[in-house]
Structure formats: C-alpha cells, structure tokens
Design a protein around this ligand. Structure first.
Ligand SMILES: Nc1ncnc2c1ncn2[C@@H]1O[C@H](COP(=O)(O)OP(=O)(O)OP(=O)(O)O)[C@@H](O)[C@H]1O
Ligand SMILES: [Mg+2]
Length: 223
C-alpha cells in the first residue's frame, strides 16, 4: 500500500521577473512521508529555485511568473543554501530562540528546545557567539538548528553539507537520517555524489525538467 504523499507538485513552472527563460518548466514531483529525496543537477540548473517553490518562498517572497500547484501534508521548513540569508541575530542562542518565540511558546519550553538543538548539532560551545563571526560551516549548522527548533514535518535543505568539514558532515548526515526515522520528509538539494547515498530517491534537474534517476544513477525517463 502506498504511504501518504507528503509533497506533491504538479506542473510547476517559474521564470524570474525580467528573465526570458523558464527555470522550471512543468515540473512534477512526489514524495512519500518519511522519505528522503535528493535533487541534483549542474550549477544554475534551478535546484534552489525548486526548493523555493516547494517551500512556498516562491511565489510568496520572490516574484516572477509562477504556475502550478504544490500540496504539502504538514509544516515545511527551508534551510537556504547561503546561511547568511537566514541568520541575522546577535547570538547563536537568539537565533535558535527566534522561531519558538514567534510561536509564543513558554519560556521554559523555549530554553529546552534551544538546549536540545545545541546539543544535537554540537553547537553548545558557540551558544553566546555572534553568528556573523563564525565560519561558513558553523553558520550552516546554526541555520539548520534554527529551522529544526520549529520541528517542521517537511524539510527542504539546500546543499546543507557544502561548507562542513568531514566530522560535521557525518554528524549532520546522521541527524538527517534520525529525522527520517522520526517520520519527517526531507528534500535535499545536493551536487556531491557521495552525499546522495542518504537519499531514497534521486532526481535530476536539467533545462527546466525534472527526471527521477534509478538507484544506479542513470537517467530513467524523460518526463
Ligand atoms: N533572483 C533571481 N533573479 C533572476 N535570475 C535568477 C535569480 N535567482 C536565480 N536566478 C537564475 O535562475 C537560474 C537557476 O538558479 P538556481 O540558483 O535556482 O540554480 P541552482 O541549481 O540552485 O544553482 P547552484 O548549483 O549554483 O546553487 C540561474 O540561471 C540563475 O542565474
Ligand atoms: Mg542553488
């Protein structure tokens, strides 16, 4: 029996304002709840743009010609490719408190969420640091933990390992697999083949079209 689809996108098309070419051209995408999909493709093929569409950033925040439909079962969170676009508060702790505070959670609960996430991601020592002074990899970890404080059911992660050293990469991979075990649904934009092993499905974006690849990594079909 097929499990519930957590993400269903039909005929997604998008062109940035003032541009001629469609970045996404009638893209279809489905993902069952509790699965991990990787989206691959050459630089500039539109992986981030697809992530924006799946998470609602397009059309809510980024303007252009958008058409198609996205249905999500549950709350979605996105970790942007560039952590600097996500991080803006003076300490790591403030950054992690921001989401839960906006949900108006009790002070004690917020403290608990922050400390669990700092522990999980391995950022305890950086609690009072200014994120602006951290390395790219550390910023990536802060951006990820900030989104995790909101416990999204569906997580879009745009190249989440790109700036991490090997030990942080391993830690984040095991966190992502742990999220999957909890039943979360993950969409990971990723260009490094080594990291695709995490995924239950691999999709490739090329000239606006999205193809699902078989496990062998070869192109399967042209729709
Ligand atoms: N705000 C924007 N306005 C106009 N064009 C844009 C904008 N953002 C991205 N693009 C263009 O849209 C196309 C897809 O970009 P996108 O960032 O989604 O690709 P990507 O696959 O994520 O690239 P990368 O692998 O480098 O992260 C590129 O040609 C890019 O130049
Ligand atoms: Mg990108």
């Amino acid at each position: 029996m097929q499990k519930m689809l957590a993400v269903e996108a039909r005929a997604l098309s998008f062109r940035y304002q003032g541009q001629h070419t469609l970045v996404l051209d009638k893209v279809n995408f489905n993902l069952e709840q509790g699965k991990i999909a990787a989206i691959t493709g050459l630089s500039g093929c539109g992986k981030s743009t697809l992530g924006y569409c799946l998470s609602g950033v397009i059309p809510r925040l980024i303007k252009g010609d958008f058409s198609g439909e996205v249905n999500l079962q549950g709350r979605v969170g996105i970790v942007f490719q560039d952590p600097d676009t996500q991080i803006f508060l003076p300490t790591v702790e403030d950054e992690l408190a921001f989401g839960p505070e906006n949900l108006c959670l009790a002070r004690e609960e917020i403290r608990e969420i922050i400390s669990c996430n700092l522990e999980l991601i391995g950022l305890k020592e950086l609690r009072t640091e200014n994120p602006a002074t951290l390395s790219g990899g550390q910023k990536q970890l802060v951006a990820l933990s900030g989104v995790l404080t909101l416990s999204p059911d569906i997580l879009v992660l745009d190249e989440p390992l790109s700036q991490l050293d090997n030990s942080a990469k391993d830690r984040v991979k095991s966190i992502l697999l742990g999220l999957k075990e909890e039943g979360k649904t993950l969409i990971i934009m990723e260009h490094d083949k080594k990291n695709l092993l995490l995924a239950d499905q691999i999709w490739c974006l090329e000239r606006g079209r999205l193809f699902q690849l078989p496990a062998s990594g070869e192109v399967n079909q042209g729709e």
